[in-house]
Design a protein. Sequence first.
Length: 212
Amino acid sequence: MRHLLMTLLIVGCFEGTTQAVTLGQIDTFTDGVQNWGAYGSRLHMSDGGPEGDGDGFLAVLAHGGTDLRGELIALSPYPRWSGNYADGVITALAMDLKNFGDMPLEMRLHCIHNLGRVTSINAFPIPADGQWHRTECSVQADALISDGDLLGLLQDTRFSIRHQSGPPRLESGAEKIFSAFGLDNVTAVPEPISAVLLGLGGICVTRRNICK
């Protein structure tokens, strides 16, 4: 874990995207960081994702200290993840998360907009167990709090993914920490395949953690 943290302190990559958010889109980090950012550091890992060897993922580090680099946050790229989350077509962002630190993490969606700030009411806990955890974080209004026009904001925004423990807080840099997490398979849901399975009366039921 210490080796990964020190590597993240000095390495970064950049890639470009052009499209806005659409239902079912997914970032798998197979070939790079896909233009995701961080206040601290972020690094493309070529394997070790949820599928094991050969499955790339994004690793994100917070540096601790007192400035914004101490916030553990993955910044989604514009315009790929920017768009209308108020129309009910995209109801959640699903993702795989792994805690590389020594303490549990509490992950939330978060955004800052000229209409106000927004964050998840409930966090998704990630234990320091070295395992990948699949979750869905709702982008619906009843799962979020804001200090501005929430519905107006959701019509044109993008979400970041950050650690923030305790009651929800809206400000940037709400919590400083020295830790890292892995991120993979970020998906705008419900996906089209989900609708197909429901229409066929799918016979498999999967347990899923939901942050809402």
